[in-house]
Write a protein that binds this ligand. Structure first.
Ligand code: DGL
Length: 287
């Protein structure tokens, strides 16, 4: 079983793509709606909440957990992988994030390659990055992209109210007002130059890609993070048969969605995005 973790239902955008790519595998999705949004929380809190979420998913029997959340990946992934997991009571399990696959697609360079290579070292694209305040403050996208493509100009824009508005089930008109405003601030920073590519660096934003598309200049290519994550997971599982063998052996195409939030509210607001997915259950129903 593969676990997916997000602060709320943004990670469903990742789940939907993984379900298409891996129709036979079992997924369990934990939305920490009770504590969402994460984007403006202090890093120490995000780390603690993310570790708790991962442990919950391990307890449900997941061998592999993907942080389907850029904020949790930016703030907590490295700490969990290097300082927590090796000393935890969970041997033979792993936690993965979603920023590395996105950087790979944006730079056309494998993540393991950390120095500029031809021809990407001459890439002069302008890349727009939208994310939560915490993700943008971490500068993780700028740092990782510019390591591989030093001539690329990364222009970042925090969208502090957007994930919360999506969680709350805000009307499209309100979401369009917010997104239009964030894009216009970003274009002020580029001096009106249309970015070559845009990264929606928060999984909630992938749920409203169509609204971003309306406001972004037509020549800007929007990178679809869920596709990047699905193809990277495929690659990872091929290279790590210890996980793939185990998750395949026990799989039957099952999906469960669990939440720490108020059940009826979560199901009502997630309905816009769920499209035939099972309803969320309370975390306690699986403990
Ligand atoms: N969906 C999350 C992300 O990818 C977090 C949004 C939030 O909780 O602020 O960053």
């Amino acid at each position: 079983m593969i676990g997916l973790f997000d602060s709320g239902h943004g990670g469903l955008s990742i789940y939907a793509e993984l379900r298409q790519s891996f129709p036979d595998l079992d997924f369990i999705y934990l939305g920490d709606h009770g504590n969402a949004p994460y984007g403006d929380r202090p890093s120490a809190e995000i780390l603690q909440l993310t570790q708790r979420g991962v442990e919950q998913l391990f307890r449900q029997g997941c061998r592999l957990v993907i942080l389907a959340c850029n904020t949790a990946t930016a703030v907590a992934l490295r700490e969990l992988q290097t300082n927590w997991l090796p000393h935890s009571q969970w041997p033979g399990r792993n936690v993965l994030g979603i920023i590395a696959p996105t950087v790979e697609v944006a730079t056309q360079t494998p993540f393991a390659v950390t120095t500029p290579q031809y021809p990407q070292k001459n890439n002069r694209d302008v890349i727009a990055v939208f994310g939560t305040s915490r993700t943008i403050a971490s500068q993780v996208f700028d740092i990782e992209i510019r390591k591989r493509c030093p001539k690329v100009q990364v222009v970042s824009q925090a969208c502090p109210e957007l994930a919360g508005a999506i969680e709350a089930g805000a009307e499209r008109k309100e979401l369009a007002r917010l997104i239009g405003g964030y894009i216009s601030s970003l274009l002020d920073k580029t001096g009106g130059v249309a970015p070559d590519k845009a990264i929606l660096g928060c999984t909630h934003y992938a749920l409203v890609t169509d609204i971003f598309r309306v406001f972004l200049p037509s020549r800007t290519r929007v990178l679809h993070q869920p596709i990047a994550v699905a193809s990277s997971l495929e690659n990872y599982l091929e290279r790590h048969q210890e996980y793939f063998g185990a998750v395949r052996a026990e799989a039957s195409g099952l999906t469960r969605l669990i939440t720490t939030g108020d059940l009826s509210q979560v199901n009502r607001s997630a309905q816009h995005f769920l499209n035939g997915f099972p309803a969320f259950e309370p975390v306690s129903s699986l403990v």
